[in-house]
Every structure is written in C-alpha cells, then in structure tokens.
Design a protein around this ligand. Sequence first.
Ligand code: SAM
Length: 317
Amino acid sequence: MFTHTLPLSQFVPTGAQEVQKLAQGTSDFISHFAKKGGPDPSDYPILNTLLQQFSAENIQKIFSDEHLNMIRNAFGEALSPETIQGWAYHKPLGYAGDFQIIEKIYNYHTSSNPHLAKWDQYFHTQKAPQAVRNRLSFFLDQLWKIKAETPSTSHILNLASGPGRDMYEALKVMGTSKLEIDCVDQDAQAINYAKGLCRDFLAHIQFTHKNVFRFIPTKTYHLIWSAGLFDYFNDNVFKRTLERFHALLKPNGKMVIGNFTVDNPSRGYMELFKWNLFHRSKKHLYRLAQECGFTENQIRIEQEPEGVNLFLVVTKI
Ligand SMILES: C[S@@+](CC[C@H](N)C(=O)[O-])C[C@H]1O[C@@H](n2cnc3c(N)ncnc32)[C@H](O)[C@@H]1O
C-alpha cells in the first residue's frame, strides 16, 4: 500500500535504491486500484493527490523512464485504449488530443467493461475534461455575442475544428440564420466525423482539410475561434499563428484562442500518459499578445467556470 506522505516534488532521493523504492511503492498503490477494478469515489482524493504530482518537471527530477513505465504498467488493462486514459497514452490516431478522445470527453463516454468503466468515471471527474466540456457553452456565448454585434451575416473561422461538437451544440440552440462557419482541420477523419454530426447544418458550414499553417483563406472574419490547438504550440509558433490569423479579422473582429492554464490540476495525470501541453498563465498569454504588438485595449483574458481553460481574446482595431 502507498505510504509516502511527502509530495513527490519534495522528495529528495538519497540514492538509487530510495528512488526505486518510491517508484515501486507508487506502482503498488496503482496496482491496488487496478486489482479491485478501478477507483471508487472515496478513493478519488488520494488518487488525485498522487497523480497531481506527475507533472513533467517533478517526474524528470525523480523518476527514470523505466520507473515511469513500471508505474504505467501497474494500471494493467486500465491503460489499454479501451479507457480514456489509455487512449490518451496510446494515441491510436497518432497524435495527442484527437477528435475521438475529445468526443469521448464531451459525451462522458465510459467503457462497457464494468472494471474499466470505473477508470473512465474517475477520468470524467477531473477538472481538465470538465474544462473541455465547458468550451461548449463558452463557444455558444461567443456566437451569440458576435451575432448580436453583426448587422449582416457573421463569418466565423474555426481553426482545428475536431469533432465539431461545439458547432453542433451551438447551432442546435441558435439555428444557422446569419451564420457562416469555415472549419479547418488537418485530420480527414475528424472532418468526416464533424460533417456527419453537423449534417443538418452543412449549408452553413464549410470544411477545409488542411494544416492551419498551410490554409490560405479567401475572406475575412468577424470571429476566429480556436480551442485545443494553440496549447500544442510553443511561444514562437503561437505568436506567428496569432499574427497571421489576426490579419484576417474584419474591423472590430475577435480572435478567441483557448489555452490550458498552468494551474491545471489534471496536468500530472495527463503528463503521466504523455498528453503534454504548453500550459500558460493569464500573464503569459497577455505577454504573448503584447509581443505581437497588440495594445492593452485589444487584449482580454477570459476563462470557463473551472478556470482551467483560459481564452485569449484579441480584438482588431
Ligand atoms: C484537441 S482537438 C480540438 C477540437 C475542437 N476545437 C474542440 O475544442 O472541440 C484538436 C484538433 O486539432 C487538429 N489539429 C491539430 N493540429 C493541427 C494543425 N496544425 N492544423 C489543423 N488542425 C490541427 C486535430 O486534427 C484535432 O482534430
């Protein structure tokens, strides 16, 4: 059973044997939950405490790749792509944050295998998936606002549109009148899925199968929306992409960019499964926008109710 009381970040190993002991203890602790068929809600606090410590910096200080593999292996079948955490780790589509895992999050997907289902139930209680689900109402708000501000048809660009769930849920509520949405995604499967999901609205949605860096737009937009993309970019790519797409805004148009905060409590859990993001603080996002030459009155930072998914909003003047 797990007996460490120190946060892993404060653990000062006195030798290889101690680190090995810590890794073994951690792995035994995980095995304990795996053997009993996944964590029950009463186990969540202690499991959270442990997993929160697996943010990359701490891990690199203490554990070798071998240790980490031992800890991951302790999950057993709960690390197969049958669970959401296993899907995150194995990346069956070849990259982190694919449209299928995002859909599983939006839909509270749980495995049909009752033992594995408990891991999915645990996953969905994390702040990060809740923040992803909160994007839906956040996007709906953006659409309402832009529609209210635009006398004619609102033109929207959705960068990295993924499964299209945000558009589907918004258009179900608002209808498509006076809305035209252009979507770009590099994954053809994501586009096909989004087309199927949004089939009733396709007269108002156009899809382009392209890497955003190679997308050559032919018009300007009232709103450019991008969630789950910029937090995979380093600062230089972030700024270049912001500058490039900001140029496509109509006067008074807005670019809204999602980025997970540095205070994401699910970060360690995600990074244990190699779902790594460029987490950024509000200050950091603000600074990046300033470095692109935007002025104070053009920059705003918003957030969804969990405060985990931040949104940099830049207005064109
Ligand atoms: C995390 S999902 C986000 C989907 C959606 N925006 C949402 O929030 O529900 C990321 C999507 O970005 C797409 N993507 C990642 N990098 C891209 C790039 N450079 N160009 C175009 N699409 C990209 C992936 O194919 C995937 O569908």
